[in-house]
Design a protein around this ligand. Sequence first.
Ligand code: AMP
Length: 299
Amino acid sequence: MRRPLLLEDKAALAGWREHMDAEGLQVGFVPTMGKLHEGHLALMRLALSDPDCDRLLVSIYVNPTQFRPGEDFAGYPRQLEADLDLLAELGVAACFAPSDETIYPAGDSTRVSVEWGRGKLCDVSRPGHFDGVVAVVARLFNLIRPRLAVFGQKDAQQALILRRLVRDLHFPLRLRLGPTVRESDGLAMSSRNAYLDHGRREQATALFRALEDCRRALQAGERDPSILAETGRAALAEEPGLELEYFAVVDPDTLEPPERVPESGKLLVACAARLGDARLIDNHVFSIGEDGIHETLLF
Ligand code: AMP
């Protein structure tokens, strides 16, 4: 298949975008930081199958503003050529791989931030991270003007924050989520899994196992969120060298634990842990109703 058109600056992107308008084609968008894996590719297939996407644009950009000092910005894996080959196989029309100056023009001084979610889950250990995420996503939305944008539920808090960004700033697009794609042993796929050596790669499945323990307790009838969270924490405590950041059972509307698991509604079970150089996150989202308890999408 043909490689996607590589667009590296604002003028090239604008030219392609005008061409889409002239042809009456709707643009679908999947933002990534590259080092593409099956999780990214599944989001792209979802976008390509969506009626709001006539042509798919994928961005590959390691956004400096979402990394905190001391985080892995410099070492984040980058492999544009290999990524372009993967995009070609899928039939992606264009790849936007901008420079920092393209995204953040010299003197850039306009801030976008979302208050919702502050002090919760990942924001505790990565304060400012989500401000960097909304900074880049808002700029990308304005540059690309997609009709559809697809994100992964693996980053659940990010997805919930972006839903508010789109609503509050009236971005004329539809957000769609894709489910978390996992390795055969349950580990959620992530570009950062490249940081795991053999031993740690095995240990990393502990997050999925803890989420599954929590699911079993829920399906067995446990309705106390603190006991459910303890179940997950206990599973993770068995793994030496794994430093738990949080294991939380929360209402996805508030990111706070409900008093009791609701009789109908959604429940987000999310966790984050450090393992050597890697910071791992994972979650399950359950819908609870008369027909039982099932994994579902946040929206
Ligand atoms: P990243 O390149 O890690 O910034 O991720 C780009 C997009 O892919 C985000 O919307 C992520 O939520 C999504 N994503 C990352 N890993 C997975 C996965 N294992 N399954 C589904 N989506 C994912």
